[in-house]
Structures are given as C-alpha cells and as structure tokens.
Design a protein. Structure first.
Length: 361
C-alpha cells in the first residue's frame, strides 16, 4: 500500500529490506540488534555511526551535542523549560497549531511562558510575519514548531530571537531531515523519529553545549540533558533497535545525495499534490495560506463534506491508506514524508481526478 499516515509513517523500502536481511544476525555477530548489550562494541559502533551520519546530513557544528532520547517529542515539552529556565524565567511561544500549543501549556508548569502569537482564531492556517512578533524582553528562549503536523503549516524561514543571549528552539518532529537546516540558528532542535527518520521510541535532540548543565533541581534524571550528553546517550538502556533503524535511514539519505536532493524531491511531490488541489475548481480545498504550506503534511477538504467518508474508503480500496484528517480538524490529510515515493503522490492525484470526475455533478 501507499501509506499516508502522519506518524508512525512509511519508511524507505530499501531500509526495511536491509533491516530484514540482518534481523537475526547483524553483520556476522550472531545476534539481532535487539539482543545486543547497549554497551557492547557492536551497538556502540551503530550509535556512533548514526550520530556521525546525522552530523554530516545536517552539517551540525561541533559545539552541538546530539542526544538520542526517549519519551517522544511530548517529553521534550517539559525537558526544555526544566533544562533552560528557572521557575520565574520568561519564555516566548509562537502557537501555530496543536503541537506548539501543547508545548506552551506544558512549559507553564516549569517557568513563565507567554504565547506571543496564536493562529487559533484562523484555525491555524498561517504563520506570523516575524516583524509583528512582540517578543518579551529578557525571555530565555523563543519556541516554534517548525511544521505543524495536524494543520499543515510550515515555517519557510525562522524568526530571530530579540536578544543576543536568547535562543531559538524548534520542534522539528514532522519535517526533520526533509530539507537542509542551518543548525547554528538554533539553541535546540528536537524531533520524534517516527515521521521521517525511523520508528517511534527515539527522540533526537540537537543542543548547543553551553545550554547543557543548568537544569532545575527537581528535574528527573531522565530529562536532564547533561546526564545524557555526559554519557553519550547511554546513561540507561536506550531504544537500541530504533536508533539502529534511524542510522539506516541516515545512511540512505546520505546515499540519496544528502538533504538538498531530498528537499528537491519533497518540493516536487508536494507541488504535484497542491497543484491538483488548487486546480480542482474548488472540488478539493487546502485551507492553509499558500506561502506556508507544509511539504510534509497536506490537509484538504471536499466542497461536499458528505463525500469524505466515501473518498477515504475508495482510496483505501485502491491501496492508499491513512488519508483521514486528524480527529480534531476532520477532512483529509496526506502525509508525504521523505519515504513516500513519487509514485504514491502520482497515484493519489490520479485517484483524486477520477473521484472528482465521478462525483462533480
Ligand atoms: N510535535 C509534533 C510536531 C508532532 O507531530 C508530534 C506527534 O505527532 C509531537 C510533537 C508529539 O510527538 P510524540 O508522540 O513523539 O510525543
């Protein structure tokens, strides 16, 4: 099937086949990666290569630590204020959708966050003009969600924090490794793996080293970035198999030519789908402002909402699955991450045209 799920999501077929070929016996070790000690030389070589390939892919400067964590991006919503703030510190959140809203609300338990912009009244269909952001003086950080998975809005550029010592933090869960990113613009980038780079269970954090080591005293040991950085992500048992799968995906992205190439493919796929929606004379509609439409998650509705269930059912019959929109917004959503082949998008677009021809009376 072509799987348009938002996450866990489709993975590259060659990566899955490679994992299958070494499932029982990883490179002559006689063990599956699932059976290895996380402190043995075999697994150490796996995690070190995964980190080094990710560093190459994103061109991560040496003063940044790469951490392989657990607990999903949701756990980072708490880890970030706990590590970067004291309880009375001010921080700013740009709320462009459900995920940044959740991050903002969680932060309120550990510091004094302010939502300096919210797209809620427009049903999260836009991104603010940066010059209109009313940033709080002396805020510790400015938090954004680089790509809102549910609403399909994506930052195409990034706001600058107002002050020199303030840092920009981005939740990149749903567009991680989908295009090049200038890591040096950020204090911290974090992402759950289960959309673009692997299975669920691994969360990646890329953090500037000077931001590590100042956590609040109540911070649970598992949320303390310093513990994980000092122990090379091996303080406790990490999600070994997930990290191994991420490593295979990083290898594959490098083999494709790196993130410039990957971005071109993503631009092409998203362009085909948005053109089909916009060219349907209103039969299909994408509510998101054109300039900030996500390359990864494409929400769309039908002019006749009563046909939506039929659309999803017929698409599934044609082996295109998981096209239902998030339960909070309805409609449809096609998630077209790195691993969605062009053929999947072409098949969807052809189906959409055919469905319209049959129902647009
Ligand atoms: N942030 C974004 C942008 C997401 O898309 C998601 C999950 O879909 C999350 C955070 C939460 O991630 P997790 O389920 O890994 O905690």
């Amino acid at each position: 099937v072509f799987n348009f799920a938002a996450g866990p999501a489709t993975l590259p077929e060659n990566v899955l086949l490679k994992a299958q070929s070494e499932l029982y016996n990883w490179r002559g070790s006689g063990m599956s990666v699932m059976e290895m000690s996380h402190r043995g030389k075999e697994f150490l070589s796996i995690i070190q290569k995964a980190e080094s390939d990710l560093r190459s892919l994103l061109n991560i400067p040496s003063e940044y630590s790469v951490l392989f964590l657990q607990g999903g991006a949701t756990t980072q919503f708490a880890s970030i204020p706990l590590n970067l703030c004291k309880p009375d510190d001010a921080v700013d959140y740009v709320v462009t959708g459900s995920w940044s809203d959740k991050a903002f609300k969680e932060a309120a338990k550990y510091c004094k966050p302010k939502s300096i912009w919210s797209g809620k009244s427009d049903k999260y269909t836009n991104i603010p003009a940066f010059e209109t952001l009313d940033q709080t003086p002396h805020a510790k950080y400015l938090h954004i969600c680089a790509n809102e998975t549910i609403h399909g809005v994506e930052f195409k550029d990034y706001p600058k924090p107002a002050a020199e010592n303030e840092v920009l933090i981005a939740d990149m869960s749903s567009n991680f490794c989908s295009k090049p990113v200038d890591v040096s613009k950020f204090g911290l980038i974090y992402a759950g793996a289960q959309k673009n780079v692997g299975p669920s269970g691994v969360t990646i954090a890329i953090i500037r080293s000077d931001l590590i080591g100042n956590c609040q005293p109540v911070t649970p040991v598992m949320l303390d970035y310093k513990i994980h950085a000092d122990n090379d992500s091996l303080y406790n048992t990490p999600p070994c198999y997930g990290i191994y799968m991420c490593g295979l995906v990083f290898e594959d992205l490098l083999a494709q030519g790196g993130l410039n190439e990957v971005e071109q493919k993503n631009l092409n796929k998203a362009g085909i789908l948005y053109d089909a929606i916009d060219g349907s004379k209103g039969f299909y509609r994408c509510p998101v402002e054109k300039s900030v439409r996500s390359l990864m998650n494409v929400p769309f509705t039908l002019a006749k909402p009563e046909l939506e269930a039929e659309f999803i059912k017929e698409a599934a019959k044609e082996k295109m699955v998981q096209l239902k929109g998030h339960r909070s917004v309805g409609g449809m959503r096609a998630s077209i991450y790195n691993a969605m082949p062009l053929a999947g998008v072409e098949k969807l677009v052809a189906f959409m045209a055919d469905f319209q021809a049959r129902h647009d009376a």
